[in-house]
Design a protein around this ligand. Sequence first.
Ligand SMILES: [Zn+2]
Length: 103
Amino acid sequence: MIHYSCDRCGRAIDPKEELRYVVRVEVEAVMEPIDGEVIEDEDRDHLMELHEIMEHAEDADNPLMGEGVYQRKRFDLCPECHRQFLKNPVGREASKLHYFSKN
Ligand SMILES: [Zn+2]
């Protein structure tokens, strides 16, 4: 029997008792075009490059897969952490939210 635990709080998730939520996160670095410089050939190169990155996405040793260029992650969450995640998916700090709301 496969045993799941919550990736956020570490608690075991019993599939008979509760739902398990799977969160998939895909992060990619996006290079915005430089002002006034539109070069169509570069678009093709960029696509090729992205394709190459995707092909190696599973290769953990690939330096391109390090921080920042492209990352894909999967998390199992218990119902409580699922609720917390949806409230604040990008992990904003509550204190900062409060600070910014004053401005
Ligand atoms: Zn949890």
